[in-house]
Design a protein around this ligand. Structure first.
Ligand code: URA
Length: 408
């Protein structure tokens, strides 16, 4: 039976709900081996899945664990997810903005994967910050302050945890049907009525072309319809890192600068405003124009930053104790010119090698290391100008291995 299912998918045939259920739950129970599941995942990666198969897989994922019931909270509950990238700290900015405008946000975030950082790792750079809230703590907090950002509870879509870990090491991460069911199962189980997805495209993302991003968008909207959830998607660039700071503590500081209205990276600020505006528009059922005014006002008036402070305090963090490494190295331009590109993937690799992420499961993250970009795309540079600053704690990897800036 197991081998018949693998063969069927290898031949590009459609699997039934029963076959998918048997195989995936068999894996969760230990009856299907890693190598058999890897083989099926690769066949899915190569031959794709029909919409019916994707709907079935999403249901199997959701049914593998508990679902959070947020129906007791009045109004729309809006969730947001990013497919992941380098320097993506938008959740830290937009969750408080949206909550400050009366839309409840329960956000369960993930850890870093490969070169991309995870929101939970960033939050852990705030000493004391709790990321392991259980269902009753989540419900109490969202009732009290309207916003929670925590790790995925252990009982929510356990199937995704095991399949994702296997995909990560079997070259099957970028399969569109697998991404769609992974994301949508978690968002639906997390109890949101409305869902915003930031689909990242570029060298530092899972997807490297707009055509695939559009396919993913279409699929997630269709899955949303099956579960009666409004889904909106934004497709945004991940060829260049998001913002100027990459590395856990450094990214929290940059998120705070946006909330205080002090961030000079307009591209990053604009993306945060766009995402928050969509969430507020969905949450309050108002137009994008009206929502944008509210979002900008929340930042300007300090309401958004105060909500961030409430969130950190409630989850027992202390932003005054964030530690950034004191060891720095400035990397300078070797010639005059204009910055043509800053490669997100290369920045991600350097950040990982500095210790900001994990190479092996048992590695410890160094929250104080990372990179601050001193120039952005289109900037003019003169020989000797600082291009980027490395914050390191142990040793600096050989910089010739990273081609971060292209200057023409
Ligand atoms: N994010 C997820 O949660 N799942 C994927 O498969 C890809 C990005």
């Amino acid at each position: 039976m197991i081998i018949d299912i693998i063969n069927k998918k290898r031949l590009g045939l459609e699997l039934s709900y029963q076959e998918l259920d048997y195989f995936f739950n068999g894996y969760l129970n230990g009856d299907v081996a890693d190598y058999q599941m890897s083989s099926l995942l690769m066949a899915i990666c190569i031959n794709g899945m029909s919409d019916e198969e994707i709907f079935a897989l999403t249901k199997i994922f959701i049914d593998s664990g508990d679902t959070l019931d947020l129906s007791f909270i009045p109004g729309n509950k809006v969730d947001k997810h990013s497919t992941g990238g380098i320097g993506d700290k938008t959740t830290l900015v937009i969750a408080p903005i949206v909550a400050s405008l009366g839309v409840s946000v329960v956000k369960m975030s993930g850890r870093g994967l490969g070169y991309t950082g995870g929101t939970i790792d960033k939050l852990e750079s705030i000493p004391g910050f709790r990321i392991d809230l259980d269902d009753s703590e989540i419900i109490k907090q969202v009732s009290d302050i309207g916003v929670v950002v925590t790790g995925q509870t252990k009982d929510l879509v356990p199937m995704d945890k095991v399949i994702y870990a296997l995909r990560d090491v079997t070259g099957t991460v970028s399969s569109i049907p697998l991404i769609a069911s992974s994301i949508m199962s978690k968002k639906i189980a997390g109890g949101a009525d409305k869902i915003l997805i930031d689909i990242k495209v570029g060298s530092g993302a899972l997807l490297d072309n707009i055509r695939d991003a559009k396919k993913l968008e279409e699929l997630m909207i269709k899955i949303g319809k099956v579960y009666n959830r409004e889904v909106r998607c934004i497709i945004s660039d991940m060829n260049t890192p998001l913002g100027m700071n990459v590395g856990n503590g450094l990214e929290v500081l940059e998120a705070i600068s946006v909330l205080k209205g002090e961030c000079h990276n307009q591209g990053f600020v604009d993306l945060c405003v766009l995402l928050a505006t969509n969430m507020v528009s969905m949450g309050l059922d108002i137009s994008m124009d009206e929502a944008e005014k509210l979002v900008l006002d929340s930042i300007k008036s300090g309401k958004a930053y105060n909500k961030f402070l409430d969130l950190v305090k409630y989850q027992r963090g202390n932003i005054d104790k964030i530690i950034i490494s004191k060891n720095t190295l400035e990397v300078k331009a070797k010639s005059n010119g204009v910055v043509e590109a800053i490669d997100a993937l290369e920045v991600g690799k350097l950040s990982l090698d500095l210790g900001a992420g994990k190479v092996k499961k048992e590695d410890k993250i160094d929250y104080g290391v990372g990179i601050v970009l001193n120039k952005t795309v289109s900037d003019k540079v003169k020989k000797g100008d600082v291009l980027y600053t490395i914050y390191y704690s142990k040793k600096i990897p050989k910089l010739d291995n990273y081609k971060i800036f292209t200057i023409k």
